[in-house]
Design a protein around this ligand. Structure first.
Ligand code: ING
Length: 312
């Protein structure tokens, strides 16, 4: 029997700096209610889905920086999301800024969690590929200070058994790196979830601005096809605190084809029926790693991924 996971992509329009967590959660809950009405098993929110994308501006006051982070998940403002998930029997993916205190030290990560239909956290991922820089560049129209505000993720790229299949998570810039998909592909991933905040304009390479949307889908479609997995990419879109961000949230099949896409730059829900069994033919044939992939002949030193002998 087909293993169908009905996935809701919950694209968000801009979140204003002045918007409280409570205000944002009201928007998230409205999308979750709609997704449940449409029979979704899972709703996917973007990266940094609780706040404006604050790496776009310079912050040199620690208390102000910390105000953009969640110290607990669920916390008071986000608990209604977990309660609604349990009530509606719908899982969710949520991206947010995580502040953890370990050995008396603050650790800050760009994080995403996967939550089951029972409202319990299945797993957590912390963003590994942090784009941008750590210094202030006032000459730029906006900053990209993820290297200043976040540490590199320390949880690898796990794949969890969930929603009847193998589910993995990455975040935004990770989607541009084939390694991120391949490490999960080597673990048999069938559904990759990711959120993104992607400006149309790249100050470092303005000549590529007209290709931003193309590169967005190119990265995810390639990752899906080359690792025989579904890929779900969900945007925080529109002009957020002066930064024009792309939308194009979508669901991509293991064939690399886009099966559903958002058509606005605001809060928008679309739903796709993802048959996880569609991955099997690609994994058994063209991307049968055991039969066709020859790492030992590549002449490269392949970093161990912790996936054990699966590297082959
Ligand atoms: N945003 C952007 C992204 O990778 C970026 C940063 C844009 C890097 C364009 C390179 C080119 O989509 C985040 N948050 O990673």
């Amino acid at each position: 029997m087909a293993r169908i996971v009905t996935v809701g992509i919950a694209q968000l329009g801009p979140i204003r700096r002045s918007e409280s967590r409570q205000d944002v959660v009201v928007r998230l809950l409205a999308l979750m209610e709609d997704a449940a009405r449409m029979g979704a098993d899972l709703i996917v929110y973007p990266e940094a889905a609780l706040t404006a994308f604050f790496p776009h501006w310079w912050i040199d006051d620690e208390a102000e920086l910390d105000s953009w982070f969640e110290r607990e998940m669920p916390g008071a403002a986000t608990r209604p999301l977990f309660e609604a998930a349990r009530r509606l029997r719908i899982g969710f993916h949520l991206g947010y800024a995580e502040l953890a205190v370990a050995d008396g030290r603050k650790r800050r990560f760009n994080t995403a969690i996967l939550v089951g239909k029972d409202g319990a956290i299945i797993g957590k991922y912390r963003k590994i590929h942090l784009p941008g820089y750590a210094d202030h560049r006032p000459e730029q129209p906006f900053q990209n200070l993820e290297k200043r505000y976040f540490e590199v993720g320390n949880l690898g790229f796990p794949v969890w058994h969930a929603f009847g299949g193998r589910v993995g998570v990455m975040i935004c810039n990770d989607r541009r790196w084939p390694e991120a998909y391949r490490v999960m592909g080597l673990q048999g991933v069938e559904l990759v979830l990711l959120g993104y905040n992607t400006p149309v304009h790249n100050p470092a390479m303005p000549e590529t601005d007209d290709l931003t949307n193309f590169h967005n889908h190119l990265s995810m479609q390639a990752g899906a096809y080359q690792n025989a997995t579904w890929v779900v990419g969900v945007a925080k879109a529109g002009v957020e605190e002066g930064v024009d961000q792309i939308g194009q949230s979508c669901v991509i099949a293991p064939s690399g084809e886009i099966v559903v896409q958002c058509a606005t730059l605001g809060d928008e829900l679309q739903v796709a029926r993802c048959d996880l069994d569609l991955c099997a033919a690609y994994k058994a044939n063209i991307f049968n790693f055991a039969k066709h992939r020859r790492v030992e002949h590549y002449g490269l030193i392949v970093e161990r991924t912790g996936a054990g002998d699966v590297l082959g």
